[in-house]
Ligand binder design. Structure first.
Ligand code: MG
Length: 367
């Protein structure tokens, strides 16, 4: 089987909640997402998605995706998409870094591989171990009262895990965490995610103020050294997110005892092939995982579902359903949240049918 054609589409997503805010005064009111369709000479087509959280969150921006794929196109045409590891090696040789550009290509190849084998991607990733799994809801940064209201509203919709966007003034952040804890119940999980927003002295004040509270702390500061400084002060479990860009940085953080959990964002590490490698390492090392991406819609959510659904459940800390945050649907049969959980698709490949009509005209076609 050979790659015959690559089409790149960009779509604009709005947010049902209108606005999403996190540390450092960052906020977005919508997203530009990129969908990559790979067509083969035997009629199978695969899809992938990458949706950066704006341009200021990580090393990724929407305009970079078509530019990068234009670079990769000549290397990909004619290659066998049922060999994702070979495809990754070819992409890495042709374009240094730019993990997020390679991610939708890699996901589309897994979609093709699964369809060719007649098996769900989850099965190809090691086994479809669960039918569904628990989700978290990201709670946009706002006043403590507004955030507590959002927690209650989403709790009523079935979520039991909440990721509070903190990383602002630590005195306000203490009140944000207290307000959320006041409206949750035993068994619920609350994560205070600073998205690198604090300096160590700020994070240290917060963790001392919340010393006896039951919550998880996620990526307090930018650098590993800063996070380790905070870790020495906090009895709570810690999750590292933004620093996990691949196996090397993960092992560095693990060796230094930086975390009890990590956040694997599929596009940040370059796709399912590399995310699976990290996932398998975490299972061996006793590290729990939030498995997700920077953002996305039906395709990104479905790719996440296959990786999360092939992860041993005791290691899956949580995951999220980005397609319930955004106002565009491109696959009517994509998994949708039910009672705070998401179903793992069981059809071949990604197991969803993308409606090409809703993608519009391709921004870029390579054949
Ligand atoms: Mg995070």
């Amino acid at each position: 089987m050979r790659i015959q054609r690559i089409d790149v589409y960009q779509l604009r997503y709005g947010l049902h909640d209108k606005r999403y805010a996190w540390s450092g005064g960052h906020a977005v009111t919508g997203f530009t997402t990129t969908i990559v369709k790979i067509s083969t000479d035997d009629g199978i087509a695969g899809y992938g998605e990458v949706c950066p959280l704006g341009s200021g969150y990580m090393e990724a921006h929407p305009a970079g995706v078509p530019a990068g794929i234009r670079e990769l196109g000549p290397v990909l045409l004619g290659r066998d998409p049922t060999k994702p590891r070979e495809i990754n090696a070819a992409m890495d040789a042709a374009l240094g870094g730019h993990h997020y550009v390679k991610s939708p290509v890699d996901i589309a190849c897994w979609d093709i591989l699964g369809q060719a084998a007649g098996l769900p991607v989850a099965t190809m990733l090691g086994g479809r171990l669960v039918d569904d799994y628990p989700l978290y809801r990201a709670i946009s940064q706002g006043s403590p009262e507004a955030m507590a209201e959002d927690v209650q509203r989403y709790r009523a919709e079935g979520y039991r895990r909440f990721q509070l966007k903190v990383g602002a003034n630590p005195d306000d952040d203490v009140r944000r965490v207290e307000a959320a804890l006041a409206v949750t119940q035993p068994g619920d999980v609350v994560v205070a995610d600073a998205n690198t927003g604090w300096l160590p002295h700020q994070a240290i004040r917060l963790v001392h103020a919340l010393r006896d509270r039951d919550y998880y702390l996620e990526q307090p500061c930018t650098t590993l050294a800063e996070c380790l400084t905070v870790r020495a002060h906090t009895p709570q479990p810690m999750v590292i997110d933004e620093l996990i860009t691949g196996v090397g940085p993960f092992l560095d953080a693990w060796e230094k005892g930086a975390m009890d959990g990590i956040n694997i964002k599929i596009s940040r590490v370059g796709g399912l092939t590399k995310a699976k490698q990290l996932r398998d390492l975490c299972e061996s090392l006793g590290i729990v995982m939030t498995i997700e991406d920077s953002w996305g819609g039906d395709l990104a959510t479905t790719a996440i579902a296959h990786l999360a659904g092939s992860t041993r459940p005791e290691y899956l800390f949580t995951s999220t359903d980005f397609n319930s945050y955004v106002d565009v649907t491109i696959a009517d049969d994509a998994p949708r949240r039910e009672e705070g959980r998401l179903r793992v698709p069981s059809g071949p490949g990604l197991g969803i049918r993308v409606d090409d009509q809703r993608l519009g005209s391709p921004l870029l076609s390579i054949s």
